[in-house]
Design a protein around this ligand. Structure first.
Ligand SMILES: Cc1cc2nc3c(=O)[nH]c(=O)nc-3n(C[C@H](O)[C@H](O)[C@H](O)COP(=O)(O)OP(=O)(O)OC[C@H]3O[C@@H](n4cnc5c(N)ncnc54)[C@H](O)[C@@H]3O)c2cc1C
Length: 387
């Protein structure tokens, strides 16, 4: 990766990106923005868009060249993200692949992992999903029960995952499983790559209240993994997972541009002749404007991620409800208006719930006393407590 770019050079690059995006929108190849998780209906379009970006040198901008990247700086990646947000275009096909899986592989993978996975992830050949959450391990992820036992030189995995976005489309997964059953909590967990075609994996899509099936239950029954499926140290998967999940909570300048665009759409959709709706709109625009500034100020500072995540998901629910009310009775039969409203509660859960963000803000930003942690049994009190 290059050191961050000089301003003149970055502005020239921004012009190139704008030109590429405008041409791609005109030709119909650009995939419209869809938020963090790709809805399955976008699958083919998003894959074609990822392949097009890769072919034209606009994928993996700060990744090393030997793995299919462009060897540029993180500033270049940020410019790409900002311009995609301005043009309302998806910056990549798959967050779980480009940010989470590749982030883990770039930081903790072997040379063989990098050679095998990074280029096909960038070119759109591999779509990834994230097998972390379980029915009894969401916020308290460190209590996960899926087991990976040594077997024939590799691993045998048994357990159940839930909430797995795009599992029904994915070729590969990143998986957290317990490799040391005697060490409860975060310390006995390892991080794996899993081929989703491996026998013993059953994917059952769940229907959510929007009518879509964006996430799934995934059952793992004696799934055999090869020895080189482990990413990072044995029993050290928590550190790998936490380093990539921190990336999940960053919003920054790209979030601010997205929000500004949404505020403009909201303002245009509220009729000016209704004083109650106008009052609600003014409040929403004021709060939204403050949130835009907060996102800009938090840019590049991962420690502020919980603050923007909490505020953005709260604001998303307020804006979605206002958008719905502004449509009046038409909203009851118009899917386009109801979709954001029905989707908004999920935004307060995915990537860590609002309550968990509040705990993080209290403990890490404000220095308040720590929440009581669950005590795992067996073992002495607090031996394996979640961090
Ligand atoms: C749209 C969407 C996509 C997702 N995609 C994926 C994915 O691809 N892969 C994946 O692994 N997971 C995924 N998730 C799961 C997500 O990470 C979990 O929903 C989240 O971690 C919360 O876990 P839970 O749903 O089990 O809730 P629980 O942890 O059971 O929480 C239930 C309630 O208790 C509250 N609570 C829990 N602990 C505390 C505490 N210590 N203090 C205060 N309140 C607390 C929570 O805030 C919540 O209100 C997705 C979720 C959503 C909504």
């Amino acid at each position: 990766m290059q050191p961050n770019g000089a301003i003149g050079e970055l502005e020239a690059f921004r012009e190139r990106v704008r030109h590429f995006l405008s041409r791609s929108i005109d030709s119909g190849i650009a995939c419209p923005a869809f938020g963090t998780i790709m809805p399955p209906a976008f699958g083919d379009r998003a894959r074609a868009w990822q392949a097009h970006c890769f072919e034209h040198g606009f994928a993996g901008l700060h990744w090393p060249r030997q793995y299919g990247g462009q060897g540029l700086s993180r500033d270049h990646t940020n410019v790409w993200g900002e311009e995609c947000a301005r043009h309302d275009v998806a910056p990549y096909m798959n967050f779980q692949g480009i940010i989470l899986a590749a982030g883990a592989i770039l930081r903790f993978g072997t040379e063989d992992h990098k050679q095998r996975y990074l280029r096909p992830t960038l070119s759109g050949e591999i779509l990834w999903c994230q097998l972390f959450s379980e029915p009894d391990a969401g916020s308290d992820l460190a209590s996960l029960q899926t087991r990976a036992e040594p077997h024939s030189g590799g691993w045998r995995v048994t357990g159940q995952k839930v909430w797995t976005s795009t599992a029904q489309l994915a070729q590969q997964a990143i998986l957290l499983a317990r490799t040391d059953p005697d060490t409860p909590g975060s310390r006995g967990i390892s991080f794996f790559c899993v081929d989703m075609d491996t026998p013993g994996i059953e994917v059952r899509p769940l229907v959510q209240m929007t009518g879509d099936s964006e996430f799934c239950e995934v059952f793992l029954d004696d799934v055999q993994l090869p020895p080189d499926s482990l990413i990072g140290p044995l029993h050290g998967g928590w550190k790998v997972a936490m380093s990539v999940l921190a990336d999940e909570r960053s919003a920054g300048r790209v979030g601010a541009i997205n929000l500004e665009r949404r505020l403009a759409v909201l303002a245009g959709g509220v009729p000016g002749d209704d004083p109650v709706l106008t009052d609600r709109l003014m409040r929403a625009l004021t709060e939204g404007g403050a949130l835009v500034q907060m996102m800009i100020r938090s840019d590049g500072d991962l420690s502020l991620g919980p603050l923007t995540k909490l505020a953005a998901s709260d604001f998303g629910a307020v804006a979605a409800e206002l958008g719905l009310d502004a449509r009046g009775p038409d909203a009851m039969i118009n899917g386009e208006a109801t979709e954001p409203f029905l989707y908004a509660p999920g935004m307060k859960l995915g990537g860590g719930t609002s309550e968990i963000q509040r705990n993080l803000i209290g403990e890490r930003l404000l220095g308040l006393p720590r929440e009581p942690r669950p005590r795992f049994l067996p073992g002495p009190p607090n031996k394996g407590r979640a961090p």
